[in-house]
Design a protein around this ligand. Structure first.
Ligand SMILES: Nc1nc2c(ncn2[C@@H]2O[C@H](COP(=O)(O)OP(=O)(O)O)[C@@H](O)[C@H]2O)c(=O)[nH]1
Ligand SMILES: [Mg+2]
Length: 449
């Protein structure tokens, strides 16, 4: 089937578009409602940060809030990884007191370049299921934090940084120390003596105190300091990616990762697209999903996947550096054709961030390509982040997947497929550079339940 008909610039079938658009609108409008439902569903222990509590109630419970932000150039999927580290830290903190993780609104990401759409102050609920996140650790949206904590003030901002002197004696040791700021602070004092900064585009937010903290080690090394040395109710860690995973790919890592369920409207869109253009449904493909992530425990090899090859072809900054592990378009298409033949798949779904010029070339040399290309109206609703998630969701359901070397976008697809229960052979594959000699394939990280 020549699926290039559904590319941008060509008209998708009117009916499909209509149903998809109204679907998204419906889903977005019930998002607000579902936040209320969420509150009714979560267990008592996880009610900690929910806005059903007035500021007075929150104060009476001695709630403490952990906020965080990440170095501006980092992309969406590395940010998802840092969330896992912060969730782990909050779990550690909660052994002693009532901490809640405040979700940093999405926005101003370098890769979100679609013009004319508003892409800041986006709550997590637009991309992820809050109920699911809350089934792992208590989280609240930033606006709930403002409402609960009685004003747009963050009492203590800690800017994480490496040690100016690097590793001493070439020895790695875990440590944390309050130190002078190594780089220029991205916060400045206003007339009232409060700190102003980016704060996810919330101009009225102010920091009461900002200091730098040199940290080297896993996220939970910050716990004693946050617990014992800092008394502020709200603490924000900036450049939170500085600290590492407590235990990469351990049980706690996977609990948090599994709780990062995509929002239902995005999953539905991906599913509709699969059914319409890729002859793929959960029943046929043995990928039936459970809304409750704690109940998903699929055996590897149980998922069959839709009758198409899923491809993540990362371009842009990955080719500008002429990295040797990234193929030319021609090289990629050659590999795609090989795989389609070998795996007896006559459809190929490609997720890519290629620019217009490369896209044209790609369509020319791979005319049977299928892509998810929303209309402008869809894009305005989904935003670049939502479109990328739909791309990931569709790749996650393919019978066979191949991604791009060291792309966190591809890594997140691996994890999604691992959760769905695919045979690892169909997942941990990547393109090789045209003249790459040792083309090491991605590592299989098994879920620890
Ligand atoms: N829709 C879509 N966006 C992509 C794709 N590949 C990359 N991007 C965009 O580029 C960003 C890449 O940054 P990041 O998520 O950090 O992944 P990484 O840089 O590949 O490790 C993504 O977040 C998307 O915004 C793709 O296949 N589809
Ligand atoms: Mg990136």
């Amino acid at each position: 089937m020549a699926d290039h008909r559904f590319s941008r610039g060509f008209k998708s079938p009117v009916l499909w578009l209509f149903s998809v658009q109204s679907l998204i609108k419906l889903c977005l409008s019930i998002l607000a409602l579902s936040a209320v439902v969420v509150e009714c569903q979560i267990e008592d222990t996880f009610r900690a940060g929910n806005s059903v509590f007035s500021p007075a109630v929150a104060a009476a419970r001695d709630l403490r809030y952990l906020l965080y932000d990440i170095n501006p150039p980092e992309g969406f999927n590395l940010r998802r990884d840092v969330y896992i580290r912060m969730a782990s830290l909050v779990k550690t903190l909660r052994r002693h007191s009532d901490w809640v993780l405040v979700l940093p609104p999405w926005g101003r990401l370098y890769h979100w370049q679609s013009p004319d759409i508003h892409q800041i102050r986006i709550p997590w609920g637009e991309f992820f299921s809050l109920t699911s996140l809350q089934g792992n650790v208590p989280v609240i949206e930033y606006e709930e934090f403002i409402a609960e904590s009685g004003g747009p003030f963050i009492e203590q901002v800690l800017v994480l940084q490496n040690y100016a002197e690097g590793w001493t004696d070439g020895k790695w040791e875990e440590k944390v120390d309050q130190r002078p700021c190594v780089e220029r602070l991205l916060y400045s004092k206003d007339k009232q003596g409060y700190y102003r900064g980016w704060f996810w585009g919330y101009e009225e937010t102010r920091g009461v105190n900002v200091t730098c903290l040199s940290a080297q080690g896993h996220a939970s090394i910050l716990a004693p300091l946050l617990q014992n040395n800092i008394t502020s109710t709200s603490v924000m860690l900036d450049k939170a990616e500085t600290v590492l995973h407590d235990h990469y790919a351990g049980k706690d890592y996977w609990d948090t990762r599994r709780s990062m369920v995509f929002s239902k409207h995005l999953r539905l869109l991906g599913d509709e697209f699969r059914a319409k253009y890729l002859n793929s449904t959960d029943e046929q493909d043995q990928t039936v999903y459970n809304e409750d992530w704690t109940r998903i425990k699929n055996k590897l090899g149980s998922a069959r996947g839709g009758p198409y090859l899923g491809v993540h072809l990362r371009r842009k900054d990955f080719i500008w550096g002429h990295r040797e592990d990234v193929p030319s378009l021609k090289g990629a298409v050659k590999k795609i054709r090989d795989l389609m033949k070998k795996k007896k798949l006559d459809r190929v779904f490609v997720a890519t961030d290629a620019d217009e010029e490369e896209l044209e070339e790609l369509k020319r040399i791979l005319p049977e390509i299928t892509r998810f290309e929303p209309t402008w109206e869809d894009l305005e609703l989904l935003k670049d982040g939502g479109v990328a998630i739909v791309d990931q969701w569709i790749c996650a359901h393919a019978r066979y997947f191949i991604g791009t070397s060291v792309s966190t976008f591809s890594f997140r697809i691996h994890e999604e497929r691992e959760i769905l229960g695919f045979d690892p052979k169909t997942t941990y594959n990547r393109f090789c550079g045209d003249s790459e000699k040792e083309c090491e394939q991605p590592t299989h990280w098994k879920i620890v339940y």
